[in-house]
Design a protein around this ligand. Structure first.
Ligand code: ADQ
Length: 484
C-alpha cells in the first residue's frame, strides 16, 4: 500500500483535546503545545485515528461522549486510554517529567530516579499498547509520539501483535555520558530498537542515539548515508532518521496578512508607542531559559542606556505543568524578575517588560509575532522549537530578526540566517540584541527572506511525508541530507 493511502494511527500521551472543568460542566478545548500544533492539520487532511489520554482521571466522567463532538469537527477518530491518578502520577509526572524530560535536556541534577516511576511507566505503556492492538489492524501505520511511550513496539511484539511502527522523539537525545546515568538505560535502548523506524529532530540527536546504542550493544552497525540509515543488529534491522519538525507555514503566513490580524498587529505597535519590540513566546518550562532571557534584557538596558524608553521586551508564557512545584517556583522566579527589571528602569510612559502568563488565541499570537522586530528564542536546550519557525512564517514584512539559541534543534536548519547565541551568556545576548537593533533594513530583509524560504520549503507536510516515506517504503531511496 502506498504511504499516502495507509491509515495513519497517531499515539501520544495526550489527545489533541484538553478537558476543562467550568461552572457549567466540562469544556473540550484544542490542546496547546508543539505536538498538537504540528499534527492536527495533518490528520485532518488525510483522516485517521489518534489514541491518547484525555487529561482526566475521573472514573465517573464519560470522556468518549465529551470528545465525540470534537472528533467529528476535527475530522479524525479519537480513542482515550483511561488512566488512574496513581498511574498519572508515576508514569507522567514521575517517569516522563522528572526523569526523561530533564535527563534528555542535559539537566540531570533535576532527575528523580524512583524505581516506582519506572514500574508505572511500564504498566501504562502496556495499557496503551493494548488499546493500540484493539483499535488498529495490520494494514495501519502506527506512529508513536515522544518519550512517554518508548515501549510501544516492545509491548506490541510481546503480545504477538504485528504492526508497522514508527517512533518520533520530539525532544533531544543526549550524549552517552548523560544517557548512561539512566538506571534503566539498557531496557530503554532495547525497546527503541523494536520500532521499524526511530526518528529524531536533528542529525546530532541521531548520532547521540547511535553512540549510546553502540555503547550498550557493541554489535550494532550503521549502514547507509544521508538523513535515514539502517541500523543492523546482526539478527534484525531497523531504520534511524533525522526529521526536523516544522509548522504549517501557509496557515501562519496567511493569517498574518488577514486585515483583522494586521489591525491587531497595528494596535499592539501603537499600544507600545511604536517602540522596538523584542518578543519571547514559550511554554513556561525551565528548559526554555526565560529567567536567563529576562536577565539578558536587563543587561542590555544596563549596558546600552540609550535604549531606555526606546525598546520593549514582551514575554508571552503559556501555563504548563502547573501542578508541579518546580514549575510553580519558576513562575514565581519569573514574576519577581520582571518586577525587578521594571522597578529598576520604568519611568512615566514606559514599562520595559510586558509579561503575559496565559494561552493566547491563535490570531493574537500571530499579531504579536508580526509586530515584533526581534524574536528572542533562547532555550537552554530544545528538540526543535516551533516558535522560531512560527515567527519567520508570520514576519510577512520580511524585516524581523530571529535571535536563536545554538542549543535549539532549529539552529541546525536556521543557523545561516538566524543570529545564534549561547542562552547562558547574558552579555553575549545583550550584545547580539544591540547589534540586531541596529541592522539596516537590507540586511534584515536578506536574512529573513532566506529564513522564510527555509521554513516554507521544509514545512509540516514535508516533515510528515518524509517520516512516513522512511517508515513505510520498502527501500530507502534518495533521502536528502538534512542540515546538521
Ligand atoms: P514544546 O516544548 O511545547 O514542544 P515548542 O516547539 O516551542 O515547544 O512549541 C510550543 C508551541 O506552543 C508553539 O506552537 C507556540 O505557538 C505555542 N505557544 C507558546 N506560547 C503560547 C501562548 N502563550 N499561547 C498560545 N500558544 C502558545 C516539544 C519540544 C520542542 C519541539 C516540539 C515539536 O519540546 O522542542 O519543537 O515538541 O516537536
Amino acid at each position: 500500500m502506498a504511504f499516502q493511502q495507509q491509515r495513519l494511527v497517531v499515539v501520544s500521551n495526550r489527545l489533541p483535546a484538553a478537558l476543562k472543568k467550568t461552572d457549567d460542566g466540562w469544556e473540550v478545548k484544542a490542546g496547546a503545545g508543539g505536538l498538537v500544533t504540528a499534527l492536527a492539520p495533518v490528520l485532518k487532511n488525510r483522516g485517521g485515528v489518534w489514541i491518547g489520554w484525555s487529561g482526566s482521571s475521573d472514573p465517573n466522567l464519560d470522556v468518549d461522549s465529551l470528545l465525540a463532538d470534537f472528533s467529528s469537527k476535527a475530522g479524525y477518530d479519537l480513542y482515550t486510554v483511561p488512566l488512574t491518578p496513581e498511574e498519572v502520577d508515576g508514569y507522567y509526572f514521575g517517569f516522563s517529567n522528572e526523569i526523561i524530560w530533564p535527563l534528555f535536556h542535559d539537566l540531570q541534577s533535576r532527575c528523580r530516579f524512583h524505581p516506582r516511576y519506572w514500574r508505572m511507566y511500564l504498566d501504562v505503556n502496556f495499557k496503551f499498547a493494548e488499546m493500540v492492538a484493539r483499535k488498529t489492524n495490520s494494514d495501519d501505520y502506527i506512529w508513536i509520539q515522544d518519550y512517554h511511550l518508548m515501549h510501544q513496539a516492545f509491548f506490541l511484539k510481546s503480545m504477538g501483535v504485528k504492526r508497522r511502527t514508527g517512533f518520533f522523539l520530539h525532544i533531544p537525545f543526549p550524549t552517552p555520558d548523560i544517557f548512561m546515568k539512566l538506571p534503566w538505560r539498557w531496557k530503554v535502548i532495547q525497546a527503541l530498537t523494536e520500532f521499524d523506524l526511530v526518528g529524531f529532530q536533528t542529525m546530532q540527536d541521531r548520532r547521540n542515539f547511535s553512540a549510546c546504542l553502540r555503547r550498550l550493544m557493541p554489535e550494532a552497525r550503521v549502514q547507509g548515508r544521508g538523513a535515514v540509515v539502517t541500523m543492523d543488529l546482526g539478527n534484525r534491522q531497523f531504520r534511524l532518521g533525522a526529521f526536523p519538525i516544522s509548522i504549517d507555514y501557509n496557515q501562519f503566513s496567511e493569517m498574518a496578512e488577514r486585515p483583522e490580524v494586521e489591525q491587531q498587529t497595528f494596535s499592539i505597535k501603537e499600544a507600545l508607542r511604536h517602540r522596538k519590540i523584542i518578543l519571547g513566546v514559550d511554554r513556561l518550562d525551565y528548559t526554555k531559559g526565560i529567567p536567563e532571557r529576562i536577565r539578558s534584557f536587563q543587561t542590555l538596558l544596563r549596558q546600552f542606556p540609550e535604549l531606555k524608553g526606546n525598546v520593549n521586551f514582551v514575554q508571552i508564557a503559556v501555563p504548563s505543568r502547573e501542578e508541579v512545584d518546580e514549575y510553580k517556583e519558576l513562575r514565581t522566579e519569573i514574576e519577581q524578575l520582571v518586577g525587578r527589571v521594571n522597578g529598576e528602569f520604568s519611568f512615566p510612559g514606559w514599562v520595559p517588560v510586558h509579561y503575559h502568563y496565559r494561552s493566547f488565541p491563535h490570531d493574537e499570537l500571530v499579531a504579536y509575532y508580526s509586530a515584533a522586530d526581534i524574536a528572542l528564542v533562547t532555550p537552554l536546550k530544545d528538540g526543535m522549537n516551533l516558535v522560531a519557525k512560527e515567527y519567520c512564517a508570520c514576519n510577512t514584512s520580511g524585516d524581523g530578526v530571529l535571535v536563536l539559541s545554538e542549543f535549539a534543534g532549529a539552529a541546525a536548519q536556521l543557523q545561516k540566517d538566524a543570529y545564534l547565541v549561547n542562552p547562558y551568556d547574558m552579555e553575549g545576548i545583550a550584545k547580539a540584541l544591540h547589534r540586531c537593533l541596529h541592522w539596516d533594513r537590507e540586511e534584515r530583509r536578506s536574512h529573513m527572506t532566506h529564513l522564510r524560504d527555509q521554513v516554507r520549503k521544509n514545512n509540516i507536510y514535508w516533515w510528515v511525508d518524509s517520516f512516513l516515506q522512511a517508515g513505510i517504503s520498502k527501500t530507502l531511496v534518495d533521502f536528502p541530507e538534512v542540515d546538521t
